[in-house]
Design a protein around this ligand. Structure first.
Ligand code: AVI
Length: 329
């Protein structure tokens, strides 16, 4: 059954994702408590992120969708048909139909760490594209992924929308771009220029700080819930007792490195355990839960080139808030 996909997440005997436990415990022992942003996306977190994309202040999804809707002719010309589209961190795959309808792909491979969510989205997409072979893969796309054998002979287009690359610090972003290239190149190493992997990637742009801060601290409090959900996840999966009501969401602009940071701020002194280990937080102390880097044309080109990709074409939305870039290996 294709829709079952392949599960590649390593779990401990108690069913806990081993990397999650390691990342949380290490991150909570540091001077500045911090958790890698990818752990925000359990099934509940993935759903909350989808909800964020609907709040009026969160422009990236709408801006990127506008680009995808308006550039289908360019995509057809520059990407062409017959590629296997590999989407990294596909989530609910809402933007995918816009790309798939523009380029006539040979197959679609959504990769995501949230398995149930991934399979539900793949099923839904299959309804829209009944003849398209879809091979969902439950995997952490930060590492090189072995793609299903069915697509090994097809030239690939990596699709990485949403500016998720911005959630990584530069060194990890470069590692990811390189491992994406390795994933997409597998089986195509000797096929020549015409079939070299391509990458279509979204990158959010530097802009007015108030617009940015509002996008990450919406009035309805959806982003706050998204942020606090990671503390709930720690409690649930690591047998923890963090008093989640004592954690306040904060979105900060870090100008030095052009990024929005999400923090969970302790509103009073608290103590809790996670996997049997005890932690304390003073009032005002924070857990740093996410970075969302914003790019300029130059910084995005530089990052792509550092990751082994050559930019081919760059599109922005009508308000110049967001960019979508096509690159080739
Ligand atoms: C998924 N990622 C690109 C989102 C972003 O904008 O950095 C995650 C997010 N965090 C808070 N709001 C949205």
């Amino acid at each position: 059954n294709k829709a079952q996909g392949i599960a590649l997440v390593e779990r401990d005997a108690d069913g806990v994702d081993r990397a999650f436990r390691k990342d949380v415990l290490e991150g909570m022992r540091g001077e500045q408590k911090a958790i890698p942003a990818r752990w925000l996306y359990d099934d509940a977190g993935s759903q909350l992120f989808e909800d964020i994309t609907e709040v009026p202040e969160y422009y990236p999804t709408r801006s990127e969708t506008e680009i995808l809707e308006s550039q289908s002719r360019d995509f057809a010309d520059l990407i062409g048909s017959g590629r296997a589209v590999v989407e990294f961190g596909s989530g609910s795959s809402v933007k995918t139909p816009l790309l798939l309808s523009a380029i006539e792909p040979a197959a679609y491979v959504p990769l995501d760490i949230a398995g149930d969510f991934l399979r539900a989205a793949a099923d839904q997409l299959q309804g829209k594209f009944p003849n398209l072979p879809i091979y969902p893969v439950e995997a952490d796309f930060m590492r090189r992924v072995e793609l299903p054998a069915e697509v090994s002979d097809m030239p690939k287009l990596g699709f990485f929308p949403g500016s998720t690359i911005g959630n990584m610090i530069a060194s990890s972003a470069v590692d990811l771009l390189r491992s994406m290239r390795a994933t997409l190149l597998e089986g195509q190493e000797h096929s020549g220029d015409r079939t070299a992997p391509m990458l279509l990637i979204g990158m959010d742009l530097v802009k007015d700080v108030e617009v940015l801060k509002a996008a990450y601290d919406d009035a309805a409090g959806v982003t706050a819930e998204f942020n606090r959900n990671v503390a709930r996840r720690m409690n649930r999966e690591l047998d923890g007792d963090i008093p989640v009501d004592a954690l306040r969401h904060e979105a900060r602009w870090n100008d030095e490195v052009a990024r929005i940071e999400m923090h969970l701020v302790a509103t009073r002194e608290i103590a809790f355990t996670l996997s049997g280990e005890r932690f304390t937080m003073l009032e005002g102390e924070t857990i740093h839960t996410e970075n969302s880097h914003k790019f300029t044309e130059r910084s995005s080109n530089l990052l792509l080139m550092s990751g082994g990709w050559s930019p081919v074409k760059r599109w922005t939305d009508s308000e110049d808030r967001f960019s979508l870039i096509l690159a080739r290996s």
